[in-house]
Write a protein that binds this ligand. Sequence first.
Ligand code: NAD
Ligand code: TYD
Length: 350
Amino acid sequence: MKKILITGGAGFIGSHVVRLFVNKYSDYQIFNLDKLTYAGNLANLTDIESQPNYTFLKGDIVDAAYINGIFAEHQFDAVIHLAAESHVDRSITNPLDFVFTNVVGTVNLLNAAKELWKADFSDKLFYHVSTDEVYGSLHDDSFFLETTPYDPQSPYSASKASSDHFVRAYRNTYKMPVVVSNCSNNYGPNQFPEKLLPLFYNNIKNNKPLPVYGKGENVRDWLYVLDHARAIDDVFHKGKEGETYNIGGFNEWTNIDLIKLLCKVMDRKLGRAEGESEKLITYVTDRAGHDLRYAIDANKIMTELGWKPSLQFEEGLEKTIDWYLANETWIDNVTSGSYQKYYENQYTAR
Ligand code: NAD
Ligand code: TYD
């Protein structure tokens, strides 16, 4: 039985990856390692937590002794590394947290994998999940390719870029088998309501102002989170060792157009008069160093691995809003902070 360590599996994207792997591959033992920071929520995984091929490990990737210990104990065959501090605004107020988790944490995992695998790297893989933000900010109509030079602009993207470099350096220096993917902005169920879409969804529902940074002219390329999880499955199983794959939906929106679409759909779902939610839009001071545009060229993963997004954006947005409307307890628990007691209730009593 193949033993796979997935880090950050209680987070937004990680929880969808864990579910996909646990349900699809009964011959894999999936270990979900997560520190359960404010962004980690085990309630995301209640439907699979009793599966025999799933194990949760609570721990911090910054703690080298702990990481070395679990590699020695469980003898993982592969790592899919998603654990990270992931919110740009938090990286602006507290960059060091990002250095510790995203850089030091990644190097700790690489060291532990190297130590365990160094006698024989065959059939081993360290898969590092990264972001398109490492490529910087586009100011023309071009796209990010896998060969685009790194030019990170925020403390978050600088820390992710650094971790990507370490992963490739371990391949070059120690022959560690690696693969890296860089994805565009994700949206969908279980996203923590500090990121644009769930935050604005929640504010619309509660008639609170929608804080649009600057003029709302920044462009992001949005991908449904389950399509990212499927891409990770494809890269893990079919990707060529040592390669990088860009993942994106060819789906660019200015923030303001996206927000207006969200308002329109929410008016319909909540039975409000058309235009009602848009009145909540409030322009606020821009984010410091706000990247203007991200846009992924996803042709490589599409042609080489046969992956493509399954949903049009309008359909994905509807599904996402329907999920949040149907899971009010999830968002209420997250906004009240009570989700952090879940681990205590669920695990410490056992
Ligand atoms: P998230 O913030 O929702 O989840 C991160 C998870 O990592 C949480 O469960 C958290 O508890 C865990 N974690 C944080 N620090 C840890 C530590 N020190 N030790 C162990 N666990 C820790 O993030 P996400 O949006 O799901 O992103 C997952 C990965 O995908 C990140 O590496 C991110 O850079 C990358 N990514 C995200 C997006 C996006 O749009 N969200 C796009 C491209 C790439
Ligand atoms: P975010 O979800 O934080 O993702 P990222 O910064 O990684 O792209 O933000 C998406 C876009 O929305 C980004 O251009 C910043 C903008 N934004 C706002 O205008 N207001 C907000 O309150 C937030 C959280 C984001």
